[in-house]
Ligand binder design. Structure first.
Ligand SMILES: NC(=O)C1=CN([C@@H]2O[C@H](COP(=O)(O)OP(=O)(O)OC[C@H]3O[C@@H](n4cnc5c(N)ncnc54)[C@H](OP(=O)(O)O)[C@@H]3O)[C@@H](O)[C@H]2O)C=CC1
Ligand SMILES: N[C@@H](CC=O)C(=O)O
Length: 428
């Protein structure tokens, strides 16, 4: 017996599936008594088909989704095209045609997940997307299953392989921004439009999905504060080192009494933090929970094989569920109403890098500005100026989001000061 699947989109991840199916043939045969067969592959055009054939792929390539929908032998559709449309329409049509769906599309799940999940439930089919978050790390299933008996209070992740790879190359090997981005693209880590990778958008989509699994709360894209890595300067990385930190792009969700707060931002992590040594394309998710305490999940966050491995695991899970007669159960059953934290309740230390006129009087004015919002300094460093302008870097004591906004507004209004950068600092 065979389980016939169709793949929509035959790029980095899609072309990884044939290899995995063949490398794991014996193991899969032991787990399932049916063979998974790639029955049809949807391609964009004839040129793409020719290219795939020249690479040795010999599948039934089609150009029209209807050829897949009309094939009653195909029970699983694997969407690996990316972006919102036409992926959303194709997945909707596949579900309506009674097909189970596997996708790695975090953009789609973060923005239209509620609608697609409820459609899948209505049609009693599976919609699985383990690969959408942190590539090869099986984090969603772990949250849905192993954390069902625990209360998670804090989640911190390095969730974008491209930006972590770039930051590692730039800070440790002196590569330029363009060199490191080009390499991430060549290695198949980056999205087709890498804007989402470098601006923190991809990580915010993953954080939105994690919020549902870890906290049972659905976040709209605008509920997540986000900034990416474009503003980071070499000096910020060096100062982080000097102060005992490592600068990483993180996604974080905290739950406090008033609700949850989610943010993607460059973050100073103490060198001793478990995520401080997560380098290159690796991702990690650090969880604080009441039962387990601290736990860390680490692995490749992007790339063909790790991602395709998660996709194939979802396919295997569907085959097993069909056999057990449990297909149609939601991937994640934890849902409660969303409550966003009061900004007064969210506290962190912050790093501020401020350009000022090069005089002692200006430093005093800067101190006054912070003091007027009850913000005190934990560490301060004035870099040697050029007689006209100097840069002062400050790590504040803990302040809440309201104080943070007030300080930023005041710095932006004060014509002598220029706020160069502001990053979150973790640790007590
Ligand atoms: N790469 C990675 O490490 C990871 C990727 N993902 C996700 O997996 C998905 C696939 O990513 P990836 O393989 O890297 O992307 P690629 O861009 O490498 O592959 C996507 C493929 O889909 C094709 N495609 C796009 N639109 C259509 C269409 N309308 N009809 C037919 N084919 C189409 C593209 O063709 P063309 O080239 O002509 O546009 C391309 O061949 C995305 O959702 C991505 O976010 C998730 C985790 C990690
Ligand atoms: N572009 C993404 C791919 C995986 O989700 C990343 O770099 O993390």
């Amino acid at each position: 017996m065979a389980v016939n699947i169709a793949i929509l989109g035959f790029g980095t991840v899609g072309t990884g599936l044939p290899t995995l199916l063949s490398e794991n043939k014996e193991k899969l045969a032991k787990i399932l008594d049916e063979e998974i067969v790639i029955s049809k592959v949807l391609m964009r055009d004839n040129k793409a088909i020719e290219k795939a054939r020249s690479q040795g792929f010999n599948y039934d390539f089609v150009l029209n989704l209807d050829d897949i929908l009309a094939d009653s032998e195909i029970s699983i559709v694997v969407e690996l095209m990316g972006r919102i449309e036409p992926a959303k329409t194709y997945i909707t049509q596949a579900i309506e045609a009674g097909k189970n769906v596997v996708t790695a599309n975090k953009d789609l799940l973060a923005v239209h997940g509620v609608e697609l999940r409820s459609l899948a439930q209505k049609h009693h089919v599976a919609l699985y997307y383990e690969a959408a978050v942190a590539g090869g790390i099986p984090i969603l299933r772990t949250l849905a299953n192993s954390f069902s008996s625990d209360k998670i209070t804090h989640l911190l992740g390095i969730l974008n392989g491209t930006s972590n790879f770039m930051m590692t190359k730039m800070s440790e090997e002196g590569w330029t921004y363009d060199e490191s981005l080009a390499k991430a693209q060549e290695l198949g880590y980056a999205e087709s439009d890498p804007t989402n990778d470098v601006d923190g958008i991809d990580a915010s989509y993953k954080l939105a999905i994690l919020s549902e699994f870890a906290f049972g709360m659905t976040l709209a894209p605008d509920d997540i504060a986000k900034s990416g890595l474009r503003s980071i300067q070499k000096t910020d990385v060096e100062i982080a080192q000097q102060f005992g930190y490592v600068l990483k792009l993180t996604g974080e969700i905290n739950e406090v009494d008033s609700g949850i707060f989610a943010e993607v931002s460059p973050t100073f992590l103490p060198k001793s933090h478990p995520l401080a040594s997560v380098n290159g394309v690796m991702n990690a998710v650090f969880i604080e929970s009441e039962g387990i305490g601290d736990s860390v999940f680490y692995g490749a966050g992007a790339g063909q094989k790790p991602t395709a491995t998660s996709v194939l695991a979802d396919i295997v899970r569907i085959v097993k569920r069909v056999k057990d007669g449990t297909i149609g159960k939601s991937f994640n059953e934890y849902a409660r109403s969303t409550s966003l934290a009061n900004p007064h309740d969210i506290e962190n230390k912050y790093y501020f890098s401020v350009e000022t006129p090069d005089s002692t009087g200006q430093l005093l004015l800067l101190v006054e500005l912070f003091t007027s919002e009850n913000v005190s300094f934990e560490q301060v460093l004035q870099q040697k100026g050029n007689g006209k302008r100097a840069v002062v870097v400050i790590i504040s004591h803990k302040i809440n989001r309201v104080q943070l906004s007030a300080i930023q507004d005041k710095l932006n209004q004060e014509k002598d000061f220029k706020l160069l950068n502001r990053f979150k600092v973790l640790g007590d």
